[in-house]
Design a protein around this ligand. Structure first.
Ligand code: ATP
Ligand code: MG
Length: 725
């Protein structure tokens, strides 16, 4: 690629940033101004024009999805990238450093990453074993205490003076937690960064080696870095490296997790001769949307201040919809999506954004009722689902017998006659002799110390199963390993025999796991060709933060929180639940700083929209089991009325648009099939009943009906031949 082509789709300011001399600089600009585009072009420029080696560039961002996107956009510019390029999230890059230097970092070769749920389970066990009351010493608070300290770089032995008396106990819990993790080779997310940071500090030769390797470091979404990430980035940039950071103070939305906007000012102080480059033209949104966003965010104080303009047309007005309740709100959104598709748009061009994950439920119900395919990002992440965690626990134990968390999870899943009492004996012995559960179990069997014969035999065969799975599968491709494990362990059968939708969905997810690993096998390579695929896959599955990325190719509506929408863009955006107490949330209402962060979040949400934006609120909403009457969000009030078209539910004709989507997952809802919850229906045999719920779509669509004479039944919609009554 020549220089001319590389700069073809860049404006002057962007071009200046892409081709800037090698110095430290901050690209400060509002939403949709091309910051990520500049970052990607800068990498291409360094490789193609300045002839830097691809390995000399380190690019960091926050989510796996954003990192994938940087890779993809870069491949469009310069062709296929080597896997060994250093593009990733703070966590995935830290993992890579630790894999290369695990000995120096005091970690076993097969160390495992644990997620929040694992952390909580471990904490629960430790708190119990310390004879503390779980109600007073909750695992959640412990988690907060530990993570906050790690993010400040503080180990238990760094905390000499406790600020409040009960902190002494938290400190004890922190110590016990860390000792256990170290003993078992477990690494949590905060630990990944802290370990690397400590590794660099205690081994200057390693740091020096990387200083010589990396001559450019780039960070996207810099406004969301916390203390540890800032220190991490400062450490890895050596005297001769140049740092480019990209950010927008108005989009800082992780203050509650320790992110500091002030890191942007610190950068200008700490990095020699650092300068600021501003981008001022927005390429994403119509001018109505952009103006509304600009005016909204101008209500915040202490901003770094940016101008943002567009020469895109005014576009449609922003719609605000006053819904009767959550169901009506969801129907309005679904109608909007159907109209969009009927006008030739794609489902994947539509996003529904909300403040909290739980808000997706009502929308999901209505979308599936109408057979509209959707994907939820970040809600219950794929790798956090029960059946997937069970499967992964088997794999983890196969890879590392010292993984007590996995051992505990699957020792009796599926049930094999090993009860709580046996597990307690194993735990006790493990404490007494300082052994992992696996070794403790071996000792129990050898000493014939278990009272119950059945428990002994079951424990023995469980351990033989794990050993034999390793032996039989270690030469197989990953997907075959998983298939075999699912069958031999009995997990597959267990879920197959689970009743109803639940079991069926879990089987579908397990199939998806096999599929994912099949793809993984074919373009395998996390970064190290010599890495055992199973281990590499396990690390990746824990680092995967985006969730739901399994159905990449499917045309579907995207549902996500505004936090997860950072950096993304969609032609049509709905923001639901725009009500005081929900957004802005109750807690932020009396806190000026919190309220400003919520406003920044609204700014992020609004600026995701390219063409069409709809903001909805409900007069009446059921929250935590209670009816609530909320005022519309102040953020709607802060947008001048000239940008808005108000729609009220009373003025809206109830539409029930039959939906004929022509994609591959075709679902056509014929009107007499389009039943709604609480509608009365008639069945040929069961008679009259009330619709309670519906799940799935197309041929798999099931309807739950409470029949007056036959009680509750799940029916397959395509066979039930229900008549509306
Ligand atoms: P955010 O703040 O949301 O992260 P951003 O500043 O990173 O946004 P990008 O995602 O890089 O912005 O770009 C926004 C959109 O504008 C993208 O669709 C991008 O392709 C387009 N764009 C950016 N610069 C140009 C340009 N010079 N010409 C045409 N399109 C552009
Ligand atoms: Mg961006």
């Amino acid at each position: 690629m020549n220089i001319h082509r590389l700069c073809l789709f860049l404006n002057n300011q962007q071009r200046a940033a892409v081709s800037a001399p090698r110095t430290n600089f901050l690209v400060l600009a509002g939403a949709g101004s091309g910051k990520t585009r500049v970052l990607v072009h800068r990498i291409a420029w360094l490789i193609e024009v300045e002839k830097c080696s691809p390995q000399s560039i380190l690019a960091v961002t926050f989510t796996t999805k954003a990192a994938e996107e940087i890779r993809e956009r870069l491949e469009e510019l310069i062709g296929l990238l080597q896997n060994s390029m250093w593009i990733g999230t703070f966590h995935s890059l830290s993992h890579r450093f630790l894999c290369s230097h695990h000995i120096m970092a005091n970690l076993p070769k097969d160390f495992q990453i644990i997620d929040t749920e694992d952390q909580m389970r471990l904490l629960r066990r430790l708190i119990q074993s310390m004879n503390l009351d779980l109600k007073q010493w909750t695992p959640r608070q412990g988690l907060w205490y530990i993570n906050t300290n790690k993010e400040k770089g503080l180990r238990p032995n760094h905390i000499h003076r406790v600020s409040y008396p009960i902190e002494k106990t938290w400190l004890r819990i922190y110590r016990a937690y860390q000792d256990t993790c170290d003993r078992l080779g477990l690494v949590d997310f905060s630990e990944l960064l802290l370990r690397v940071y400590e590794l660099w500090r205690s081994h200057p030769a390693i740091l020096d080696y990387y200083h010589r390797i990396f001559n450019t470091i780039l960070v996207d979404e810099f406004q969301d870095t916390n203390n540890m990430q800032y220190d991490w980035m400062r450490s890895i940039s050596g005297k001769s490296s140049h740092v480019m950071i990209v950010g927008d103070d108005d989009q800082s939305i992780y203050g509650w997790r320790g992110a500091k906007i002030s890191n942007m000012q610190s950068f200008l102080k700490d990095f020699p001769l650092a300068t600021v480059i501003r981008l001022e033209r927005n390429y994403r949104s119509t001018s109505n949307i952009l103006e509304a966003a600009n005016i909204l965010i101008s209500n915040n104080n202490g901003r770094l201040g940016k101008k943002l303009w567009t020469n895109l047309a005014c576009g449609e007005l922003i719609t605000t919809y006053c819904a009767r309740d959550a169901f009506d709100e969801a129907c309005f959104v679904a109608d909007g999506i159907q109209v969009w598709v009927q006008n030739g748009g794609l489902l994947s061009e539509c996003a529904v954004l909300y403040r909290n994950n739980a808000q997706s439920l009502e929308i999901e119900k209505v979308l599936s009722q109408r057979g509209i395919v959707y994907q939820v990002y970040g809600g219950m992440r794929f790798f956090q689902r029960q059946e997937i965690k069970d499967a992964i626990a088997y794999l983890r134990l196969i890879a590392n017998r010292n993984d007590d968390l996995s051992f505990e999870r699957i020792i009796n899943t599926p049930t094999r006659g090993i009860g709580i009492r046996t597990l307690e004996v194993i735990r006790q012995l493990s404490r007494e002799y300082d052994l992992p559960f696996w070794e403790a179990s071996k000792k129990l069997l050898k000493d014939k110390a278990l009272a119950s014969r059945l428990a002994s035999t079951s424990l023995q065969s469980f351990m033989e199963l794990v050993d034999s799975l390793e032996e039989v599968t270690h030469t197989m491709p990953l997907y075959a390993q998983i298939e075999r494990m699912l069958k031999d362990s009995g997990l597959w059968l267990m879920y197959l025999h689970k009743n109803g939708e639940n079991g069926q969905r879990r089987i579908e997810n397990l199939k998806e796991l096999i599929n994912t690993t099949r793809q993984y096998d074919s373009h395998h390579a996390l970064y190290d060709k010599h890495e055992v695929p199973l281990r590499a896959f396990l690390a990746q599955s824990m680092l995967e933060a985006g969730g739901g990325s399994v159905h990449k190719s499917q045309d579907s509506v995207r549902l996500m929180t505004m936090h997860s929408s950072k950096g993304l863009e969609f032609a049509q955006v709905f923001i639901i639940g725009m009500e005081e107490g929900i957004f802005p949330g109750q807690i932020s209402l009396n806190d000026a700083g919190g309220l400003e962060e919520e406003r920044r979040l609204a700014y992020v949400g609004i600026t995701r929209a390219m063409v069409k934006l709809t903001l909805t609120y409900a007069i009446n909403r059921r929250l935590y089991g209670q009816e609530c009457l909320h005022e519309p969000s102040r953020f709607i009030g802060e947008i001048p009325s000239k940008y808005i078209k108000n729609v009220h539910y009373s003025a809206r004709a109830t539409t029930n648009i039959p939906y004929h989507y022509k994609g591959t997952n075709t679902v056509s809802m014929v009107s007499n099939n389009d039943v709604r919850i609480i509608q009365r229906v008639q069945h040929e045999i069961f008679g009259l009943g009330t619709v309670m719920d519906t799940i799935g779509c197309g041929k798999k669509r099931r309807i739950q009906v409470n029949f007056d004479d036959y009680g509750v039944k799940w029916l397959l919609a395509s066979y039930a031949k229900l008549k509306l009554s």
